[in-house]
Ligand binder design. Sequence first.
Ligand SMILES: NC(=O)c1ccc[n+]([C@@H]2O[C@H](COP(=O)([O-])OP(=O)(O)OC[C@H]3O[C@@H](n4cnc5c(N)ncnc54)[C@H](O)[C@@H]3O)[C@@H](O)[C@H]2O)c1
Ligand SMILES: O=c1ccn([C@@H]2O[C@H](COP(=O)(O)OP(=O)(O)O[C@H]3O[C@H](CO)[C@@H](O)[C@H](O)[C@H]3O)[C@@H](O)[C@H]2O)c(=O)[nH]1
Length: 331
Amino acid sequence: MHVLVTGGAGYIGSHTVKELLRAGYKVTVLDNLFRGHRSAMQHLRGADFIQGDIVDRELVAELLKNRGIRAVMHFAALSLVGESVANPSPYYQNNVIKGLALLEAVREAGVPYFIFSSTAAVYGEPEQVPIEENHALRPTNPYGATKLAFEEALRWYDKAYGIKYICLRYFNAAGADPDGELGEDHRPETHLIPLVLKAALGIYPGVTVFGTDYPTPDGTCVRDYIHVTDLAAAHVLALQALEGGLPSAVYNLGNERGYSVREVIEVARRVTGRNIPVKEGDRRPGDPAVLVASSRRIRKELGWRPCYGDLETIIGTAWEWYRLHPEGYEN
Ligand SMILES: NC(=O)c1ccc[n+]([C@@H]2O[C@H](COP(=O)([O-])OP(=O)(O)OC[C@H]3O[C@@H](n4cnc5c(N)ncnc54)[C@H](O)[C@@H]3O)[C@@H](O)[C@H]2O)c1
Ligand SMILES: O=c1ccn([C@@H]2O[C@H](COP(=O)(O)OP(=O)(O)O[C@H]3O[C@H](CO)[C@@H](O)[C@H](O)[C@H]3O)[C@@H](O)[C@H]2O)c(=O)[nH]1
């Protein structure tokens, strides 16, 4: 089975390519390198890398046809909550318009399986936690709205054209490949755990806590952090389930445990043994107060079990990678 992975030179995509190769799949990566890294591909030698954009219908059609691709895993997207509030236009362009061009190419080529990187941001401010998949969908930022729009398209494309899909709604991806080959290198980096660890290394002067007046026990936002390799493993399970005839589905992916921003910083201090200077700042627009998953459905239906569930391990693997690669990937 040959799989096309869009965004496979990015953070979660690259970790998933590694798991796909390990499971014996053939992999082609399509990435425009807007935010991905060519040097991540050096650790994914079994995969073919094509530099290109998902909106390039001719290129995508040719890849799907000539390589006999049977499944697409679609990671390519813009994915920063704050950036999407300040500037929604590229989010609609990239995540919706370009995403739909990709889906059209998939439909025309008759590719039967599609796995989509969705997000907890589709829920918005939760009415109850842990959040189950049937929770109301009311995104509080354009990023979540664009991901929800694509989920909806998948639902209708399945009904009309029979494309079987799984939407995986990740909570906060974190950590790094336990082998130390792949890691998180977003430019610009805006994610909490990398910023905290770079502050521990002295690369950044410190970290700012965005909002201390949320209705949470310590006033800071609560998130559910999930190890990137556990996410990657879920993609392989999802693909195997579709191949085995599972109907289209939507699954949350989180550890079902929330940590506040202050708790994350405390765990990072323990793991690194370093001082991490902290400042308090304003809320970041678009941020819900609490996002914690129920992952009961994917545990039950696909037998998914996290291997790196506790926050010390998650932060520990990220710390190992940053210590070895303080500047991130070479390119
Ligand atoms: N990081 C998280 O915590 C998180 C949580 C929930 C969902 N997600 C989703 O997971 C996916 C991957 O996230 P990530 O953190 O690995 O991001 P990332 O930026 O590291 O990876 C995205 C990759 O897609 C590529 N890309 C973007 N637009 C493209 C286009 N038009 N054509 C070709 N390639 C393109 C980028 O160059 C990059 O390599 C995204 O869809 C994101 O919305 C991420
Ligand atoms: O310098 C910082 C950076 C972040 N935060 C806070 O830390 C938490 C986590 O933030 P971040 O690491 O930026 O992740 P999120 O904004 O929660 O978003 C991530 O997790 C979402 C799912 O929950 C995904 O959809 C997004 O793609 C992914 O970027 C949030 O409460 C932020 O307000 C700070 O206080 N200071």
